[in-house]
Design a protein around this ligand. Structure first.
Ligand code: GLA
Length: 754
């Protein structure tokens, strides 16, 4: 059982996770918290020894700096001789720009499988209190951290210029390798690596959304020696869907420092008396099982505690204090671990999406025809994408006018939804409520509702502008609009899109009134709107999309069931994108469609089975123009969807082993293990004649058990499958190919004599 312990005499706090511990202590003068340990489990008594070494560190004056200290600041206030990346930079009413504080209290609470420690630090002179939160979960090695800032007096406001969620101090090692995800539209989640050398590495988004370009997730491994199967790995993941920043630095001694939170670029936040700012959560984990184990831990923890669960911390606050509308705010004080912590989230339905088939040319009859075919394939949720509302015949008009197009749907959405439901499918809809086309009734009525600076260009991206969701009236409108849509129609799934980054984040009417906090207010109000909608419509499931994978992070994943990783649906490109995605997020949250061949974006032709095998690696969907598929295609698709439904719990809830990567060899393979079931998916591209495709060595099996191939009936020992591996089918070198193998472990009574 995970827990958090305080030794009052020694002044230490110890967070114990499944096989990891984390510790810090009170400095002798009570004026700071010093980091002690993060890594392998330590017996509590060992903390005294760690504390006693606190005097060591870099020689001379360097010893006073956080990064040079043997026992650095747990949370680094800017002030004094601290020159590395601060956690907090505050400015008080009298012009003082440094923080000096004392620890004033702490408490541990337990709720179900979750324990949380709060430690309060208060400025010695000014009315600022900072509460550091540490949360551990039974059965996991994840430590979830965040900080809350509070103005505790009635004097002038406190201006916050930088406020990180957490610091992660890593132990002394010779060198550190950083791995992270980068990309762009159509090529998200590409794995990159860099060595930490003296100086800083900054990963960030300044776009107001999580971004396609970089993701707020990382791993650090000592000496770059961790492999997929083995080695010490530290990993962190920030729960924030707006502009964020992660900073990595090291010193010649080899201590690494990772920290981050909301991006301080162009950001400031004025805390008024009694006001509170809850910073996003920043989770971290440590494992000795290599990069694969780090991913599996992230996956299992997100299934149990993140996906669609809400966030009680972010639910408090949001908006601008008392001005916020009531309808979209979750009732205050409600702890929104809303759909329950622990337990498995529901399996993702097999989904159809109309975008690549019909683009903006949707109609009741056309969608109904697609729905009929989709139902015959075994699809469980039919989603109509863009084009159903306002004057939305292309991407130049209509965005913002969320009324059903009477030209395309003269009878409203009701008859189509009824038909979809009668076919045994749920009905889902695409929306993009944070954006507006200038050519829309909404913009004509409210040109001041978009972010802009007076007299300046309003930069368009995909012909659209961003609604100023920091405005309570705009957030209220978004809530009311979507709430009405969901109340008036039997919609059970929403694809919530956001096709552009923020720019010109101004709000002229608020000039001189803390305009830079719009960066955070937008996201907090988005979260509050989503939390409010989920509370009001618990039967609705959501997908996060931002022109593909532009908004995938732990913050949005608390409010949706799944995410769209990329607009690039070319199955071969997708192999790499999915490999990157699963580094940080679980297959269950990874929506993947089978689309037409040749692919609209890459023009590549791929066999239908290949396209299915790639999409079956996550939450399966179909996004092709089914009316153009041949009878043979449809029959094969129906068969593969039935196969998927059989293995779905293994894919969506199992342990993922990335067995091979096309980054390193001729094929990629993923294995999923859940109980007695094992599913292997492998994909390969054209190779040079004479190069054999090789064998796939499985992982995570019971070496002493036998496994039956559900397709061929062949039996094989776990040990043999892990040592010798499975042979890939021999196919001509010039083709793309794929395979799906389902193995089932035999029970002890079925085992042969040894
Ligand atoms: C974005 C999404 C696509 C599709 C279009 C509709 O690009 O990523 O999947 O929904 O918008 O305009």
């Amino acid at each position: 059982m995970a827990g958090i312990w305080h030794d009052a005499a020694a002044g230490t706090w110890l967070a114990e996770m499944r096989s990891t511990s984390y510790a810090f202590s009170l400095a002798d003068d009570g004026a700071a918290l010093r980091h002690l340990h993060w890594g392998a489990a330590l017996p509590p008594a060992a903390l005294d020894g760690l504390r006693a070494t606190a005097a060591g560190g870099m020689p001379g004056q360097e010893a006073q700096l956080s990064l040079g200290r043997e026992r650095p600041d747990e949370y680094v206030p800017w002030g004094g001789l601290r020159f590395d990346e601060p956690s907090l930079k505050a400015e008080y009413g009298d012009g003082t720009r440094s923080v000096e504080w004392l620890v004033t209290g702490h408490r541990v609470t337990r709720r179900g499988p979750v324990s949380t420690l709060h430690v309060d630090l208060a400025d010695t002179v000014h009315p600022l209190r900072v509460t550091l939160a540490y949360r551990v979960y039974d059965g996991f090695d994840v430590l979830d951290r965040w900080a809350t800032l509070r103005h505790e007096g009635d004097g002038p406001p406190v201006l916050i210029r930088q406020a990180h969620s957490a610091n992660w101090w890593l132990p002394l090692r010779d060198s550190w390798r950083l791995r992270y995800l980068h990309g762009g539209w159509g090529a998200e989640s590409q794995l990159a690596q860099a060595w930490l050398t003296p100086g800083k590495i900054v990963l960030e988004s300044r776009r107001g959304i999580t971004s396609h370009q970089l993701s707020p997730w990382f791993t650090l491994d000592a000496g770059g020696t961790a492999t997929e199967e083995d080695g010490e790995v530290y990993s962190g993941s920030l729960a924030w869907s707006g502009s964020w920043k992660l900073v990595f630095e090291t010193n010649p001694g080899g201590r690494a420092h990772a920290c981050g939170g909301v991006n301080d670029f162009d950001w400031a936040y004025r805390l008024g008396p009694g006001e509170e700012l809850v910073l996003p959560r920043f989770a971290g984990l440590y494992t000795t099982g290599g990069l694969g184990a780090a991913s599996r831990e992230w996956h299992a923890w997100q299934l149990a505690h993140v996906l669609g669960r809400g966030d009680e911390a972010a639910a408090r606050g949001g908006g601008r204090g008392d001005e916020v509308g009531r309808g979209w705010m979750p009732p205050s004080g409600r702890t929104v671990l809303d759909r329950g912590d622990g337990g498995d989230p529901p399996l993702r339905p097999v989904l159809y999406n109309s975008w690549e088939a019909t683009s903006f040319r949707v109609s009741e009859a056309g969608q109904a025809r697609l729905a009929e075919v989709a139902a015959r394939l075994g699809i469980e949720c039919f989603v109509m994408d863009d084009g159903w509302f306002g004057g939305r015949d292309h991407d130049r008009a209509g965005l913002g006018d969320w009324t059903v197009s009477r030209e395309k749907f003269p009878r409203g959405l009701g008859p189509l939804i009824e038909q979809v439901n009668n076919l045994g499918m749920r009905f889902g809809l695409w929306i993009e409520p944070e954006s507006v086309n200038p050519d829309s009734d909404l913009y004509r009525a409210h040109p001041d509702w978009v972010y802009h600076f007076a007299g300046r260009t309003r930069s368009q991206h995909r012909n659209q502008l961003v609604l100023n969701l920091a405005r309570p009236d705009v957030a209220e409108w978004v809530f009311a609009t979507v709430d009405r849509l969901l109340s008036e129609n039997h919609i059970e799934f929403l694809k919530w899109d956001m096709n552009r980054p923020l720019s010109e984040p101004g709000w002229p009417a608020q000039s001189g009134h803390d305009p830079e906090r719009a960066w955070t207010d937008h996201v907090r109000n988005l979260y509050a709107v989503l939390d409010g909608l989920r509370a009001a419509h618990p039967g609705v499931q959501l997908e996060s999309c931002a022109g593909g994978g532009g908004r995938v992070d732990l913050g949005i994943l608390r409010r949706v069931e799944q995410a769209w990783p990329s607009d690039n649906t070319d199955a071969w490109d997708r192999v790499t994108i999915q490999e990157g995605f699963t580094q940080a997020y679980p297959p269950q949250a990874m929506m993947a469609w089978v689309t037409d061949s040749p692919n609209w974006l890459t023009h590549r032709e791929l066999p239908l089975s290949f396209r299915f095998h790639v999409a079956m690696a996550g939450a399966l969907g179909v996004g092709g123009d089914l009316l153009r598929w041949t009878g043979q295609d449809l029959a094969e698709a129906a068969e593969l969807i039935a196969v998927y439904k059989g293995i779905r719990p293994v894919i969506q809830r199992g342990q993922l082993y990335r067995l091979a990567s096309v980054l390193h060899g001729p094929f990629a393979a993923s294995e999923y293990v859940a109980g007695d079931d094992v599913v292997v998916l492998a994909w390969w591209g054209p190779r040079q004649c004479g190069v054999r495709p090789g064998r796939i060595r499985l992982a995570g099996l019971d070496a002493g058990a036998r496994y039956r191939d559900a397709g061929t009936g062949r039996l094989n020992w776990g040990a043999v499958l892990m040592e010798e591996g499975l042979a890939l089918p021999q196919e001509p070198a010039g083709t793309f190919g794929s395979t799906l193998v389902h193995l089932v472990r035999l029970g002890a009574d079925e085992a042969p004599h040894r």
